[in-house]
Ligand binder design. Structure first.
Ligand SMILES: [Zn+2]
Length: 95
């Protein structure tokens, strides 16, 4: 038997919230690679925090596409999210 028991190498490592935040704009715009997009989507499916952020990006994108003013509440949400990333290393886990 080998002493090393840490042989769990996955090529699909889950993204953390900071990584998702960095890729989110490209994800919403459809500008990132499909494989990365799938991983972002997977994260969004299980992380309400980032799902919230993605919704905000989509709302901004939709408003811009229709030449409508962006909802101020959405902008406030995005700002709060960004500040929370700066203030905390990890968002609260929802279980
Ligand atoms: Zn997340």
């Amino acid at each position: 038997m080998t002493a090393r028991g840490t042989g769990r190498r996955r090529d699909r490592r889950p993204l953390d919230c900071a990584q998702v935040a960095g890729a989110l704009q490209g994800f919403v715009d459809g500008e990132i690679r499909p494989r990365l997009a799938a991983r972002v989507a997977e994260h969004l499916g299980c992380c309400a925090w980032c799902g919230f952020e993605a919704d905000a990006y989509r709302e901004i994108k939709r408003a811009l596409a229709h030449h409508e003013p962006v909802d101020r509440a959405v902008l406030a949400r995005v700002r709060a999210f960004a500040e929370s990333l700066l203030n905390e290393e990890a968002p609260p886990r929802g279980g």
